[in-house]
Design a binder for this molecule. Sequence first.
Ligand code: B3K
Ligand code: ZN
Length: 880
Amino acid sequence: MRTNQPQTIYLSEYKVPEYLVDHVDLCFELFEDGARVRSTLTVRRNPESTDTGAPLHLHGDSLTLESVALDGRVLNAGEFEDAEDALVVPSVPAQFELQVVTWIEPQNNTRLEGLYKSSGMFCTQCEAEGFRCITFYPDRPDVMARFRTRIEADKSAYPVLLSNGNPVEQGDLEQGRHFVTWEDPFPKPAYLFALVAGDLVEKKDAFTTCSGRQIDLRMYVEPRNASKCDFAMDALKRSMRWDEEVYGREYDLDIFMIVAVDDFNMGAMENKGLNIFNSSCVLASQETATDAAFQRIEAIVAHEYFHNWSGNRVTCRDWFQLSLKEGFTVFRDSQFSADMGSPTVNRIDNASLLRTAQFAEDAGPMAHPVRPASYMEISNFYTLTIYEKGAEVVRMIHNLLGEEMFRKGSDLYFERHDGQAVTTDDFVRAMEDASGRDLGQFRLWYEQAGTPVLTVTDEFDEAAGVYRLTVRQSLPDTPGQTNKKPQHIPFAVGLLGSDGQPLPLQLSGEQRDGPRERVLELTEAEHCFEFQGLPERPVPSLLRDFSAPVRVHYPWTREQLLFLMSHDPDGFNRWDAGQRLAVDVIQSLVGQSPSAEVEPRLVDAYRSLLQDGELDQALMAKMLQLPSEAYLIELSERADVAAIHQARERVLRHLAENLRNELLDCYQRNLGSGDYELTPEAIASRSLRNTALGWLLHIGDTEALALAEAQFESADNMTDRLGALRALVNSDFAEVRAGALETFYKRFSEDPQVVELWFSVQASSDRAGQLPQIRSLMEHPAFDWKNPNKVRSVVGVFAGQNLAAYHNPDGTGYEFLAEQVCRLDDSNPQIAARLVAPLTRWRKFAAGYSSQMKTALERIRDKAGLSNDVYEVVHKSLAD
Ligand code: B3K
Ligand code: ZN
């Protein structure tokens, strides 16, 4: 907990470590009332450090020190300093062995950092700075050591004892205890250390690598979850094969393990050889997991596995380089997901997340570059900017270099830096060296925060057949950064003729017929591109496939958008045109009387969509989704949430009322028959029928009510059962809603992941999730303050997704959130800091909202003993 104002750490102050650790020998004695950790470090002075006489400084947090010995001699009190957050030994030789014994209390660890207990098992989370909660250590990623770990525990309560690497020894001890020793041959930073001890069932499988090595694959879960492992295990094997084929990366240990735990601050963790997962990101069965959950699990299993190379074999020099591993690995997992499913839908999902949430982050008080220059609490920097924008930056390099050169670059990067802790700059340099391309200006993507804005205008010279496209780029100011430089932006464009056919893009001066699509490289504040030989004024298709994480402003007419929606050969832009049209229509209704006309062409466009027999169904399912309230808020200057909500509701109702028959047809056409499948087609079909059902129930259609009730009863999978439940919950059929919620809960009350879905369906609904109902959900016996998933599924979902209810003009939603943040701050600061997010952008909202949001932030600021995590977010949000 904070006693003083937290320190700001600067990238510019990076210094190499004074001491290096070659080997770590750990022994854990696990008991019910605590754990003793004996650590023996083999240390030597870093030849690269200029600070030769420096004391040995080891990080520590919440540790009870029992003893320190140097080269076998126990040090007495005057020979070291046991500070609150460090152990300092002023005088040490150039090479030595340090033995430190600490006592910790995992059973009381509610922060879920370091070693803690979850459902009776011991587990760890060390990234970013959790290892220092286990023992004193130079807890920074550029100190890489070989670890040997012995775990001792009661044999009947903890029959399974796991750590990183390969098991090398095991045996029984006195008093019913036993031990296992693990050895990890690969040097690693402490953040990749892991330990698990519990009564877990083991699921076995195997994988033969490209060089013919046989790898044991293991999943460890609580016995009740034994039937929910198959999908993740298959996803793991697909990931291993894919990484060999696409990146030439082979697995390196003899065993790869995955463990599922219920209490976890984030999704999963890539500890070397022993990935630990939040149960909700790994366990799945047809009856209990939605299609979205299956897709998320596949992506996260792949992501953690891919980290074995992009993160573990080559790691980060310091935490400012976090995107080195996260951006690259998200890019890799998203390529994998695209290969496993529908690439267009994958791209739409990436772009939606970016445009809705990352752009908002970039425009808010916590905005930071992909490589931040400073932080107070690193846990606050596991952000959409580091992950998703970081992935977009790598994608742009991929697109600029092309597939082949990019692969050469990644091969060079892995070869050159294997076993090292490096920087984003090292990554870019490897790409440059392999391809011969100069990425000098491109590096600004890592340094400058904010979302570039491209303002595009055009003119057509009919007599000359010349079309001029002028593109201006600008980058808004962000905290601590003004007057930014133009960036290197790949801008993919196409031109369409009035018959819907692509026109050639022949730049002035070029002789030949041009290609049908071009990636224009923007490097200046303004460019003018002249295309010649055009028979008519074209309709431009801009930023195809979302070729850069930027905003595009172009004065599209509704006519042009309708045209692109049905003709653009780029699937992403077809979807985007539909979104822009819907945004335009909804925005024009904000603040208008409820009887104002809804653009009739929007209804026609949706009708054509619903009846389009040719269109890829997965794309159709995406195109049918109206822009979310969160996106509409993000696009507005000073958001009036109630007015935006009403306008969107009006359009939704209008579409549903006017397309009732088409929606019923769509539902019937997509009624699944046969076995449940996870193909893109089957997923699209379920999405279409559940969207149709949702819209129809939204307008109180009684025929749809009967369909929903039948689907709810008879569904053979969670996507359909939850789809029906969601539709009922978001309808005005209050009694049916209550009955369905009760039936659902009774059926799944023993399954925490499904109970989380049950919470979130209610918390996200403006019908079932008003504040009094949220408060009563928090009184429910299944709600648990200590479990991050439960907190997220009620409080996080309410404030992040149920926007009209959360932004109740009376301010009670904000007060409620402040109250929960303060409550959580003492027990789990990481989760508390994440929950503050829906208050941070108070300046974005219309006057009545913003002043009350600010008051709620001030209330949090004034809490006594605020954690560093929450302190940073709140103070930056309130700063002028
Ligand atoms: N590297 C972890 C995230 C750790 C978060 C620490 N607060 C999961 C991942 O990105 O793969
Ligand atoms: Zn990651």
